[in-house]
Design a protein around this ligand. Sequence first.
Ligand code: AMP
Ligand code: ZN
Length: 311
Amino acid sequence: MKCKQCEKKAVIRLRAHHISLCREDFLAFVLNRVQRTIDKYKIFVPGERVLVAVSGGKDSLALFDILQRLGYAVEGLHIDMGIDGFSQRARNVVEDFLAKRDAPLHLHALGEEAGAGVPEIASQLQRPPCSLCGMMRRYVMNRFAREKGFTALATGHNLDDEGATLLGNVTSWQIGYLARQSPLLPSTHPKLVTKAKPLALLAEREVLAYCLLRGIEFHEEQCPHSKGATSRNHKEVLNLLEYYSPGSKIRFYQEFLKNQRIFSAIESHALQECSVCGSLTTRETCQFCTVLGKLRGSSRAASDRIGASKG
Ligand code: AMP
Ligand code: ZN
């Protein structure tokens, strides 16, 4: 197998693109693809400070590496969700990765703010940990970016993530979500930062190969609470399609983006300011403050019970 560009020995075959590439040309292909995504969807403006949400996983570390190589002024934000040993190990990986790069790392520990990590909050409030974790993470990311004056927040979502989300939204015809799924979600309000997914046109396998070939050491562990996530089923379905018909995954997503305006006209959702923290929400009190309020209520009730039993 020879590299399509230089005839050297190829290290990877990209069936979706009908090419095989050597190490150097594959690394260049990845950088080029991300730059083209940024240009096509006007994700960043030159000179913009970019905040990358780094979990420690392969996608967000690859994203950080790529944006730095492309010349963007990137800073990292890591949120410690307080999940058993998992969060500690993720945090160590992120700290090691950023220590070797000339870029700031911002750390936010959910436990310090909420008084507990995700597993305890979930069991106290009897809510599924995954959705709670996602909601709280998105809240902290947006608030942090806004307070520190970043105009955009970049996450490591790749083509498989976006394809799986799209498939989920299509199978249940979530028109509102379909209108808003894009590599760039521009801010619609001063309190909402722009969300960017510069890896949206790179398959998970390509991101993984990038990390391995660059020697990026990432956190490989699955979150102990993520077992059975439906997005994993959707990814499997898309991988099966891709196996039988290479290029299906990228076609599914890109053709959707080309035709997305069909859904845009239908979307409408009224936002108001949260009565507690002032962030934007569709309810009177945002979900994050609702969770913190319930937590404080349940610990007050517990201490009242203890007080009553002592009395
Ligand atoms: P996930 O929802 O776990 O697939 O993560 C999607 C993206 O969110 C990652 O690629 C990161 O950019 C970001 N992310 C996830 N977890 C964290 C975290 N604990 N701290 C900062 N960013 C995160
Ligand atoms: Zn709030």
